[in-house]
Design a protein around this ligand. Structure first.
Ligand code: MG
Length: 306
C-alpha cells in the first residue's frame, strides 16, 4: 500500500509505526506559537500552550477547542506527574509550576544558587516523582514569549528536582537545552540542543545521557536533525525517539538511526502521545495543532490507557 506524501519511510522499520491510511489532521489553527502539548486520558483532552498569547488551550474530540487558562505567565512546556497533576514551565515567572487537583498553583522551582532561573522551557517527570527541566534563555531574550530581562544564571542548565525538593544542575555544557524525554526503562535521558536558533555554530543535535545512581553519564550525540532544530522530543513504548524539526516530526530508532519523517506544513515545536487508545501523536506547529495516527503508544504510562 502506498504511503501518503506526508509520511517519508527512510527505514522499513518505520512501516510498523505508521499506517498508509494515516492522515495528518489540523485540529486547530490561528494561534501565535503553540507549544507544550500534554494528553489527559482521564478527561480525553489535550492541553497545549499558546505562549505569546499567554493562554493554555484545551481540545477534545467531543467538545472541540476551548480556553483552559488565561494569563499563564507565558507558559511553555507541559507534562503530567504520576498523580496526574499538570506541571508547566512559565517564562514570565521564570519557574516550574504544578497545578494541584484543587486548581491551586504550587511553584516547584524558580531559583538556583540564590538567583532567578532563566526561563524554564520544557519538563518531564520520572515515575518516582523526580522532575527534570531545561532552562534556556528564550523567555528573557525579548518580550515575545516572556519579559526581556537580565540573565542571572551563569549559563543554561538542565536541572533535576528530587522528590524531596533538592534542585541540582545536572547538565551544564549545552548552549540552549530545550526538549527532553526518558527512555521507557528510564535509564536514558535525551536532551535537545536548540542553540542553533541563534548561533549557527551550535549543532542541531539530541544528546544522550545514562542515568547512573548519583550522576549522569554523557553518552554523546544520539541523533542530528537535518532540517531545522530539535525542540520537543518524546519516546514511544519501544524506545524510538520522536523529535520536532522544521519540516515535521522525525523518528529515530533507539540506536539513533532515523526511521522516517512525518512532514508537517509548519515548523514543529513539540509533540505528545495520546488519544483514546494512545495511538495518536499530537503536534504543536507554529500557529496550529495537528494529529496523526501512530501504531504505537508513548513511553509515559500515565499519559495513555492500558
Ligand atoms: Mg521547547
Amino acid at each position: 500500500m502506498k504511503y501518503p506524501t506526508h509520511i517519508e519511510i527512510h527505514d522499513p522499520r518505520f512501516k510498523h509505526l505508521v499506517h498508509p491510511m494515516s492522515r495528518l489532521d489540523c485540529l486547530a489553527d490561528g494561534f501565535t506559537w503553540t507549544e507544550g502539548p500534554v494528553w489527559f486520558g482521564d478527561h480525553q483532552c489535550l492541553i497545549f500552550s499558546d505562549i505569546p498569547s499567554q493562554r493554555l488551550m484545551r481540545w477534545s474530540e467531543t467538545e472541540g477547542l476551548s480556553t483552559f487558562r488565561v494569563a499563564t505567565g507565558f507558559n511553555n512546556g507541559n507534562t503530567r506527574d504520576p498523580q496526574g497533576r499538570l506541571i508547566g514551565c512559565r517564562h514570565g515567572y521564570r519557574d516550574v509550576v504544578r497545578t494541584e487537583h484543587s486548581g491551586a498553583l504550587t511553584v516547584l522551582a524558580n531559583s538556583y544558587s540564590g538567583k532567578a532561573l532563566n526561563s524554564p522551557n520544557d519538563v518531564i517527570v520520572q515515575s518516582d516523582g523526580t522532575i527534570w527541566f531545561t532552562d534556556p534563555t528564550y523567555g528573557i531574550m525579548s518580550n515575545f514569549e516572556g519579559y526581556r530581562s537580565a540573565q542571572e544564571q551563569p549559563t543554561q542548565y538542565v536541572y533535576r528536582l528530587s522528590p524531596n525538593g533538592d534542585l541540582s544542575a545536572v547538565i551544564t555544557d549545552m548552549a540552549q537545552p530545550n526538549g527532553l524525554c526518558l527512555s521507557p526503562d528510564e535509564k536514558t535521558l535525551y536532551v535537545a540542543e536548540s542553540g542553533s536558533s541563534h548561533d549557527p555554530e551550535v549543532p542541531a543535535i539530541i544528546r544522550k545521557f545514562q542515568l547512573a545512581p548519583q550522576q549522569l553519564m554523557d553518552e554523546g550525540v544520539f541523533a542530528e536533525i537535518d532540517n531545522g532544530l530539535p525542540d520537543g522530543i518524546r519516546t514511544d513504548a519501544q524506545g524510538n525517539l520522536w523529535s520536532s524539526a522544521a519540516d515535521g516530526v522525525h523518528c529515530f530508532a533507539p540506536d539513533g538511526h532515523r526511521l522516517g519523517k512525518i512532514l508537517v506544513p509548519q515548523v514543529v515545536s513539540n509533540i505528545c502521545f495520546g488519544g483514546p487508545d494512545g495511538h495518536r501523536l499530537f503536534i504543536t506547529a507554529t500557529t496550529a495543532v495537528y494529529r496523526v495516527f501512530i501504531d504505537i503508544c508513548g513511553a509515559e504510562p500515565w499519559t495513555h490507557p492500558g
